[in-house]
Write a protein that binds this ligand. Sequence first.
Ligand code: B12
Length: 214
Amino acid sequence: MSAIDELRKAVIAGEDDAAQEWAQKCVAEGVNPMEAVNVMGDALRELGIQFQNMEVFLPEVLLATDAFKAGLKVFEPELAKAVQGDAKKEKVKVVIATVKGDVHAVGKDMVATMWTVAGFDVKNLGADVDSEAIIKAAEDFGAKIIGLSALMSTTIPHQKEVIDFLEAKGLRDKYKVLIGGGSTTPQWAEQIGADGWSKDAVEAVEVANRVLGL
Ligand code: B12
């Protein structure tokens, strides 16, 4: 089995030490770091299907999340090297959060990592963040982009809520609002008047550059 297959296996098994080791082996073997991170993300989603079918339970998913994070840590410096050429642009400030009521943080953290390595100045506000708190943080930080992650059908309305609150406060034109997360679609982004959507963290960089005209 190749190092990347072993890494995938370690994430699914929720073994963080093994995930870290196989991630290091991937780096040593020159595996494309983004490809490896995407494989880990797919492994988590696969586990999500098993979770939905009640073949695995929350503790297994939590362990897999930790294993994912252990692997991601190893790849972060590699990702930074891969996009170093881009980092010369002036640092644009960005805030990102998972919306209220939603604790899913892995995808949001991946986007935060990719935005950081792409040269943005990123403030990661965490998960389960109140809409008003997101707007206040964007104002205080001087952000140009607000990134909103949501993974559940019950929490995606909070992405709309942030946009509605921005409009009500007369702040909508100050920000580009980008959304993403498992339960979202480009249609949803359009419906709520978001400025952009992406299916993954690599595309999130392209979308951020595009909305800023960079
Ligand atoms: C890991 C996980 C958990 C972990 C989260 C740990 C953590 N700290 O993040 C734990 C175990 C805590 C958890 C809890 C729950 N979960 Co859960 N979970 C998952 C799982 C398996 C994987 C999510 C994940 O990390 N994916 C990998 C990342 C890399 O992908 P991603 O998040 O989609 O992010 C990528 C893109 O979407 C995009 N992106 C993401 N955010 C953003 C933001 C911006 C701005 C942009 C541009 C792009 C972008 O880029 C990312 C990187 O490529 C999913 C299954 C799935 N199919 O997603 C279920 C899933 C999301 N969970 C689900 C549920 C129901 C729950 C619980 C309610 C379970 C329960 N009964 O308690 C609780 C929710 C608690 C809460 N209030 O939030 C459901 C949601 C169903 C729905 N559609 O509403 C899912 C789909 C599982 C299922 N099939 O039933 N979960």
